[in-house]
Design a protein around this ligand. Structure first.
Ligand code: GTP
Length: 597
């Protein structure tokens, strides 16, 4: 296809504003998929995505559109992941296209992720077409949304298109706007091959499938191509486009988006943002700005049943093959036995991986408290990264500790603003900005990532009855007074409950943890002290009193079946308990103890 008849675009939106539904309508309106094959949310392939209603991996479709000017166009839609954890992937896929549809739910208005995503599009120099969705609903208010888009985002909303992705109203106008308002791609077909690796995933039949955007030159079957990041060479054995099913093509030229397979075994070998060129007569310089995504949140995953360790290892290895941004290494914990220390792009990523392990591989897991990566500066001048609070070196050798900070943007209706400010303040936040758009406030905070990873989303949702939206970006590291707090149960340190805390908050957190644990740990035949300590110093303490009677004592003599039942129940409960010295701690204690109220 010649460049003038290609348009590449993405759709940016806050979650649930109708991105996938709009994509479905565009596919349907252009007869890309026969009606009988049409199902809802065609592009959300994975089960978990479907269940949680979120798009995790970028997906792509090539649409052929006969425009009203009598010409045929090829439209390539890249469906970007909508969540902050995948910000790097979003920013890369944005660079593979020239324009964006900015979808805003006209019953809701601009939300935090609308902003974050549209700024990515603006950064990538996109032409942006605002699309106001859900106009079939009575609560739809186009002029209010237009005003917000202009005030909050600062882009012209006069050409916005009002649509209902549900009924199909306005879809033709969207297609025309894509053709006439978005720029055609540029590129040189005769130059050496330069293609961007936009995304990749594992397919059990084909091996790794690589989504590419060709910038210059051409690629075709049997070409030997080099991935410039690590210089590996592969021979293309399949090349094609998504409609959205795979369809082979002869070649891909400048401005085109498609896929290749090349007998690549691991997703790890294909780094998002990498440049692909020919082995011989390749391009000289790769595309600018390659930046691998790095895990920012770590936690331990241990099997509840230690006999399942090997199963867990297999499952994690399989998952990792298909998820380059997930990292893992073996970990042993005195308390939990063998498991893995795993790194994630963010909390959602963590949840998705944990869910998949439990669901697809049927392994019950103990998840230890998520922790961020601290930079520990030692007195001898060296620096080490701390991924696990249990590994914190002795304080006498430590000069200072730095923690990652984020810039958080929260949008919330007026009436909840007070609660949001309090929450951010409680989490050691520094307010950077506060503005209004209509009856919604937008507040920007500088917060420690550490205070956000555990239950910030949950708390935010509950204090605002679900009306707040939240987005963040990592800003850098800053020194603060951070220490490791240990928890001792019956005088034994429980390494899985160790955490890094701010010194000023240590007593409060320690007390809260001890109180929680006192409720979570069942009583034993003896008295159990529960303590929080920094270094050797105890800063909080609770005592769990001894159980006076045998559990079966209540069942007077004769009732043997009841007695048996009770003992069985106890045994079943035991399976989910972990033995710490003489004390058994139930599995849920590890997560619950760390939630702050
Ligand atoms: P993610 O993929 O999770 O980011 O969400 P999304 O932005 O793709 O939203 P999605 O298309 O899943 O739509 C969210 C909900 O809004 C779904 O229940 C849709 O059926 C509904 N919806 C989408 N467009 C319209 C519309 O025009 N009118 C009405 N009434 N509902 C719509």
């Amino acid at each position: 296809t010649d460049l003038a008849h290609i348009r590449n675009f993405s759709i940016v939106a806050h979650i649930d504003h109708g991105k996938s539904t709009l994509a479905d309508r565009l596919i349907q309106a252009t007869n890309t998929v026969p009606d009988r094959d049409m199902k809802e949310q065609l592009l959300d392939a994975m089960d978990i995505e479907r269940e949680r209603g979120i798009t995790i991996k970028a997906n792509t479709v090539r649409i052929e559109y006969d425009a009203l000017d009598g010409q045929s166009y090829v439209l390539n839609l890249i469906d970007t992941p909508g969540h902050v954890d995948f910000a790097y992937e979003v920013s890369r896929s944005m660079r593979a296209v020239e324009g964006s549809l900015l979808v805003v739910d006209s019953t809701q208005g601009v939300e935090a992720q609308t902003l974050a995503n549209v700024y990515q599009a603006i950064d990538a120099d996109h032409e942006i077409v605002p699309v106001f969705n859900k106009i079939d609903l009575p609560a739809s208010d186009i002029s209010r949304v237009a005003e917000q888009v202009e005030d909050v985002i600062g882009i012209d909303a006069s050409g916005a298109i009002a649509v209902s992705a549900k009924t199909g109203e306005g879809i033709r106008e969207v297609l025309e706007a894509i053709v006439h308002r978005l720029p055609a791609p540029t590129g040189d077909a005769d130059a050496p091959l330069k293609a961007m690796l936009v995304d990749s995933w594992y397919d059990p039949y084909l091996g790794v499938v690589v989504l590419v955007r060709v910038m210059d030159g051409k690629m075709k079957k049997n070409d030997r191509v080099m991935f410039m990041q690590n210089g590996t060479v592969h021979q293309i054995d399949k090349i094609g486009v998504f409609r959205p099913k795979m369809q082979d093509v002869k070649e891909l030229g400048p401005g085109e988006i498609g896929f290749i397979t090349a007998s690549i075994k691991q997703v790890r070998d294909t780094k998002v943002g990498d440049t692909i060129t020919h082995e011989k007569k390749g391009c000289e310089k790769p595309l600018p700005g390659f930046n691998p995504s790095i895990p920012v949140v770590f936690c331990g995953l241990f099997p509840v049943d230690s006999a399942e360790f090997e199963d867990l290892r297999d499952a994690i290895e399989k998952l990792a093959l298909n998820d380059a941004s997930f990292s893992y290494e073996m970990e042993t914990s005195a308390a939990l036995g063998f498991g893995f220390r795993c790194g994630f792009l963010g909390l959602l990523h963590l949840e998705v991986v944990r869910d998949r392990l439990e669901r697809e591989y049927d392994i019950e897991l103990i998840t230890t408290a998520p922790s961020v990566v601290y930079n520990i500066y030692m007195k001898d001048g060296t620096m080490q990264e701390l991924h696990n609070p249990a590994d914190m070196p002795d304080l006498t050798y430590v000069d200072h500790v730095e923690e990652p900070r984020i810039k958080a943007t929260i949008m919330v209706p007026d009436e909840f603003l007070g609660d949001v400010l309090k929450l951010c303040q409680d989490r050691r936040g520094i307010q950077l900005d506060l503005t209004y758009a209509g009856s919604r406030a937008m507040v920007v905070y500088d917060l420690p990532l550490n205070e956000v990873v555990f239950d910030f989303y949950d708390r935010l949702k509950s204090v605002t009855k679900g009306y707040a939206s939240f987005d963040y970006s990592i800003e850098g590291y800053r020194q603060d007074n951070l220490v490791k707090m240990q928890i001792l149960v019956n005088d034994e340190p429980v390494d899985a409950l160790s955490m890094m805390v701010h010194r000023d908050r240590a007593e409060m957190r320690g007390r809260a943890m001890c109180e929680k644990l006192k409720d979570l740990i069942p009583r034993h035949m003896f008295k159990i002290p529960i303590q929080a300590a920094i270094g050797g110093k105890v800063i909080a303490r609770e005592t769990l009193s001894a159980l006076r009677k045998d559990v079966t004592a209540k069942c007077y003599g004769g009732d043997a079946t009841r007695k048996k039942k009770l003992l069985e129940k106890q045994k079943a409960g035991k399976k989910k308990m972990r033995q710490f010295g003489k004390v058994e701690i139930p599995q849920e204690a590890f997560i619950s103890a760390l939630k702050m109220d």
